[in-house]
Write a protein that binds this ligand. Structure first.
Ligand SMILES: NC(=O)C1=CN([C@@H]2O[C@H](COP(=O)(O)OP(=O)(O)OC[C@H]3O[C@@H](n4cnc5c(N)ncnc54)[C@H](O)[C@@H]3O)[C@@H](O)[C@H]2O)C=CC1
Ligand SMILES: O=C(O)[C@H]1O[C@H](OP(=O)(O)OP(=O)(O)OC[C@H]2O[C@@H](n3ccc(=O)[nH]c3=O)[C@H](O)[C@@H]2O)[C@H](O)[C@@H](O)[C@@H]1O
Length: 476
């Protein structure tokens, strides 16, 4: 089979950018990205794409209408395609067996059933979604049980490693592409077809082929190990705050060891897309009767949660243990800069806690709009009444900080670094508090202006005061 037509089920943060790059790099292949959400497809066909991602507009515009199409006619795209990516969401289950831990595979199963129902010719079906190990077996069972005579399938695992905010660059310059498949002649032929697509722009030596299960597990392993680094540095940030060490200095000193490396050692307020995937791994370990392994990875999640609690507790404690009736500005609502995605964002937890404590919050994020913030807060239990009375969404940072007692910086947007903090200080209530949850601001400048500044992993302006411990207990 020579792949002439590709279909992608799921036009989200992964399906959209990934297939746009494939279309750009493989002009001879027709790429159709479909979604069951008509609204999302209409946005992909409009001037305002449904997701914000630097460089995405240009890539989409270069191919849309030529060899890149966005459609809600899933069946037609499946029928036409030689190769189908399943790029649907795999959220954590919210009910039933495995609630709060296991991934909900209903969308993957739904995608497999859609393919089985309409396919009239042989297909290579590619798992792009992040799934548990052995998920390909379930997909194959569904396809085989509903197979039309003369139609055969090959299932490949091709997990995606892009990070939001840098997706286009990550896709164009991937560290590696991973393809897992059956260790049979037909499996190897299918792997080869997918390799040929990536080889349009990825050097062959960066395309790694494995068996299906290694590929599925490698995706969970990569995310788990990235999350583990963040949890490790965040755990040490607490030690820094208690001792006068500075986490930036510690991270630099540690990261210069070439065995450790400098990346992913930025302490912050925690919160990320990783949680669902690590929970997925924990659940697999529990099901495999590996309780110690499960507990090990669970602790990575726990540390991430702890960091959010610790930071929010610090905000409240610094504001004289009460935020009731106070105005607090939340700068940034996305889970990281350069994306409008708020899934698992620490800002949601911080906002919810401050609202529950009676604060009024004013939120500004350059890319997250009011309906999304409303949905996120509602999901964690903020009532409509609380939203009306205690939440204001602002269109710029100066409006959001006006007459506030404190600013809590939750997302590291570049524009927050260059704000006029003298102006912000002048229009705030005094004492004016600044909580930098991302360690991006010039703290000395803020202290000079008059702010009370708190951040993660270092004590500002009071390095050795209130020391709560001694390595020699007699000295205390
Ligand atoms: N967001 C990210 O940065 C990354 C996500 N992943 C994984 O990729 C997968 C997709 O993630 P996102 O793109 O972020 O999710 P998303 O929620 O942005 O998009 C998924 C889309 O699939 C659609 N969908 C669900 N069932 C469908 C069906 N049967 N037919 C057609 N469309 C259907 C939904 O309507 C939705 O628009 C997940 O497994 C995720 O863990 C992997 C790497 C990076
Ligand atoms: O499978 C996924 O969903 C993706 O998850 C992450 O990508 P993403 O969540 O988009 O973004 P990251 O850059 O990894 O950041 C995750 C969170 O960790 C935080 N982070 C990151 C790095 C760091 O040093 N410190 C830190 O606190 C970020 O601010 C963010 O809140 C991985 O980096 C991707 O490789 C993976 O494909």
């Amino acid at each position: 089979m020579v792949v002439k037509s590709i279909c992608c089920l799921g036009a989200g943060y992964v399906g959209g950018p990934t297939c746009s790059v494939i279309a750009l790099k493989c002009p001879e292949i027709k790429v159709t990205v479909v979604d069951k959400s008509k609204e999302r497809i209409a946005q992909w066909n409009s001037d305002k794409l449904p997701i914000y991602e630097p460089g995405l507009d240009e890539v989409v515009k270069a191919s849309r209408g030529k060899n890149l199409f966005f459609s809600d006619d899933c069946d037609a795209a499946i029928v036409e395609a030689d190769l189908i990516f399943i790029s649907v969401n795999t959220p954590t289950k919210t009910f039933g067996n495995g609630k709060g831990r296991a991934p909900d595979l209903k969308f993957v199963e739904g995608a497999a059933r859609m393919i089985a129902n309409v396919a009239k010719s042989n297909k290579i079906v590619v798992e792009k979604s992040t799934v548990p190990v052995n998920a390909a077996e379930s997909v194959m069972k569904i396809l085989k049980a509903n197979q039309r005579p003369g139609v055969s399938y090959q299932i490949l695992s091709n997990p995606e490693f892009l990070a939001e905010g840098t997706a286009i660059n990550d896709l164009l310059n991937a560290d590696r592409v991973l393809i897992g498949g059956e260790e049979t002649a037909a499996g190897e032929a299918a792997i080869e077809e997918l390799c040929k697509i990536y080889e349009h722009w990825i050097p062959r030596k960066k395309i790694l082929t494995t068996n299906t299960w290694s590929s599925e597990l490698s995706k969970l392993a990569a995310n788990a190990m990235l999350a583990q680094r963040i949890s490790s540095i965040n755990s040490l940030s607490a030690v820094c705050e208690a001792t006068g060490a500075d986490i930036t200095e510690v991270a630099r000193a540690v990261g210069l060891d070439s065995r450790i490396g400098p990346k992913f050692l930025q302490a912050s307020i925690g919160g990320s897309c990783f949680q669902k995937d690590i929970l997925n791994l924990v659940y697999i370990c529990e099901c495999l009767n590996l309780p110690h392994v499960a507990a090990y990875w669970q602790s990575v999640i726990d540390m991430n949660q702890h960091q959010k609690h610790r930071f929010t507790a610090k905000v409240i404690e610094s504001l004289f243990n009460t935020v009731s009736g106070k105005n607090i500005c939340i700068l940034g609502f996305a889970f990281k800069k350069n994306t409008g995605d708020t899934r698992e964002s620490a800002a949601i937890y911080v906002s919810k806690t401050l609202i529950d404590e009676g604060a009024s919050i004013k939120i500004y994020d350059p890319k997250v709009e009011k309906p999304q913030i409303y949905e996120d807060l509602k999901y964690v239990g903020v009532t409509d009444e609380q939203f009306q009375r205690h939440v204001t969404i602002c269109n710029d940072a100066y409006l959001a900080t006006k007459e506030c007692h404190a600013v809590v910086l939750c997302t590291e947007w570049d524009e927050f670094v260059t704000l006029d903090y003298e102006k912000i200080y002048d229009q705030m209530m005094k004492p004016a508090h600044m909580f930098d949850g991302r360690k991006i601001l010039d703290h000395n400048n803020l202290l000079r202006i008059g702010f009370h500044v708190e951040t993660i992993g270092s004590r500002l302006g009071q390095p050795f005061k209130n020391r709560r411990y001694s390595i020699n207990p007699q000295v205390v």
